[in-house]
Unconditional design. Structure first.
Length: 202
């Protein structure tokens, strides 16, 4: 019988098969989108955190010194609550007059416009008279309501930093819930944005 040829691997332990472990991959954390499905900016930050939540309650004096509460406003329908820096200033005048000129369209959608600043009722009276405004302006000199809504912030102008009201608009439903926020408002075309948002609520 032919002699068996010894294998060169005889007596050696068989090597264990090498298995490749699955590559470790980190889950991608998506940053929150800042664009809506329609490609429009979506509010982010402190102001936006109120969307879908109950709007902070308040009671503030209007231009005549009469106390006005949020509950009394929402009982009548949706509220366009806009915070602005100061009476008589150029940007605030353009914004107020735009709401004034579109009052019929806003009312047709069941909405009421309310402006809030830190100015006194007496200042509001002059502003309303000068611009023939057809909606109330509320006074918040202690900035309690502006702080509750997150619009009292550090601002800068010509290299100087100071605390003040950041121009911001909130749409609040009849149920008292914040439906939409427009932070850092640019006054030109802002009323059209508000009207579009109100149409989506109806």
């Amino acid at each position: 019988m032919p002699k068996k040829i010894a294998s060169s691997t005889a007596g050696r332990a068989k090597p264990k098969p090498v298995t490749m472990s699955k590559p470790v991959t980190k889950r991608a954390v998506k940053a929150p989108s800042t664009m809506s499905k329609k490609g429009k900016p979506v509010a982010t930050g402190t102001d936006a955190s109120l969307v879908g939540k109950k709007a902070p309650a308040f009671t503030l004096p209007d231009q005549d010194g009469k106390p006005v509460s949020l509950a009394s406003l929402t009982a009548r329908g949706p509220v366009v609550l806009y915070f602005y820096p100061k009476d008589m200033t150029p940007g605030c005048t353009i914004e107020a007059c735009s709401f004034r000129d579109n009052s019929n369209k806003l009312r047709a959608l069941g909405a009421q416009v309310i402006g809030v600043s830190a100015d006194s009722p007496a200042s509001h009276v002059k502003f309303i008279a000068k611009q023939s405004l057809n909606f109330p302006l509320l006074s918040d000199p202690a900035n309690t309501t502006t702080k509750a809504y997150g619009v009292y912030k550090m601002k800068s102008l010509y290299g100087r930093q100071f605390m003040g009201i950041e121009r911001t608009t909130f749409i609040i439903g009849r149920d008292g819930v914040v439906k939409q926020v427009f932070p850092k408002v640019k006054v030109n075309g802002h009323t059209d944005e508000v009207l579009d948002a109100l149409k989506q609520l109806n």
